[in-house]
Design a protein around this ligand. Structure first.
Ligand code: C5P
Length: 240
C-alpha cells in the first residue's frame, strides 16, 4: 500500500448546488478531509470563484471533476486553465483513447495531476454493446485497457470502481494513482442509493486504491465531521 497519510486518502465530493452549501461543508470538514472534489453542478453554477473560496478557507487539496471530453486542443487549453487555478487533480474522459489521454503531457510536472475516467459506474454491462463495444469485452476488460492506455499516455492515474482496483493495480503497477468512488462504509445506508458497484473504505484501499471519494455518506450524515473522522479512523486501522 502506498505511503499516503490516512487523511489525505479521503476526498469529499462537494456535491451541492451552490456556494452557501459548499462553504458550510468546507467549514465543517476543514482539517479532516484531504481534498474537496468539485463536480459539474457546483462548477457550472459558481465558476472558478468556488475554487478560490476553498483555497481561502482550507488547506485541503482540490479535485476538479470536470470529466473533460473534447478535441485535444480544447482539452489542452482547459488543462492549462485548470493549472492556473492551482488545483491538484482534474479528470479527462478516456473513451477517445490516447489522443485525449496524451493531453496530460501539457501540464506534466506542474502540480496538476490528470486522472482518466475509465468507465462510468452508471454504465451497465448491457449498455456497452449498444455503445458499439464488442460483445466479448466486458466493463472490467474495458477499464483495464483504458487504465493501461492512460498510464502509457502520461496520466497520473485513473478513476475506477472498487471492483476493478485490484486488477488495475496489478496491470499498472505501484506508481499510478487509483481513485475509487462508490464508497459505502458498513454503518451507512444512503436513502435511494444509485451506486451499484460499492465497496467499503477498507476494501477499496486493501484492493489497491490510493484515494477514495466519498459523498453522501458524509454529506447526509447528522454529524458530517464525525462521519469523515470515522472513515479516517477505519483507514488508519489498516494503513498504520
Ligand atoms: O455520494 P457518493 O459517495 O455516491 O458520491 C460519489 C461521487 O463520485 C460523486 O461525486 C460522483 O459524481 C463521483 N463519481 C462516481 N463514479 C465515477 C466517477 C465519479 O460516483 N465513475
Amino acid at each position: 500500500m502506498s505511503t499516503i497519510n490516512p487523511q489525505d486518502r479521503l476526498i469529499f465530493a462537494l456535491d451541492v448546488p451552490g456556494r452557501k452549501e459548499a462553504e458550510h461543508f468546507v467549514r465543517v470538514l476543514e482539517g479532516v478531509v484531504g481534498c474537496f472534489k468539485i463536480g459539474l453542478e457546483l462548477f457550472v453554477r459558481e465558476g472558478p470563484d468556488i475554487v478560490k473560496m476553498i483555497q481561502d478557507n482550507s488547506s485541503a487539496g482540490i479535485f476538479l471533476d470536470l470529466k473533460l471530453h473534447d478535441i485535444p486542443a480544447t482539452v489542452r487549453g482547459a488543462l492549462r486553465s485548470a493549472q492556473k487555478l492551482g488545483v491538484q487533480y482534474i479528470t479527462v474522459h478516456s473513451t477517445e483513447g490516447e489522443v485525449i489521454l496524451e493531453t496530460a503531457e501539457e501540464v506534466k510536472g506542474s502540480g496538476l495531476e490528470v486522472l482518466a475516467v475509465t468507465v462510468l459506474t452508471s454504465t451497465s454491462a448491457s449498455s456497452l454493446s449498444s455503445l458499439g463495444i464488442r460483445e466479448d469485452i466486458n466493463a472490467t476488460a474495458l477499464v483495464l485497457d483504458r487504465a493501461v492506455r492512460a498510464k502509457n499516455s502520461g496520466c497520473s492515474g485513473v478513476v475506477c470502481s472498487g471492483e476493478e482496483a485490484k486488477l488495475v493495480r496489478q496491470k499498472c503497477g505501484e506508481d499510478f494513482k487509483i481513485v475509487v468512488p462508490g464508497i459505502r462504509p458498513q454503518w451507512v445506508v444512503v436513502e435511494g442509493d444509485d451506486q451499484s458497484r460499492i465497496v467499503t473504505p477498507c476494501q477499496a484501499l486493501q484492493d489497491g486504491a490510493d484515494l477514495i471519494v466519498v459523498g453522501r455518506p458524509i454529506r447526509d450524515a447528522a454529524d458530517s465531521r464525525g462521519a469523515a473522522q470515522k472513515i479516517i479512523g477505519e483507514i488508519q486501522s489498516i494503513t498504520e
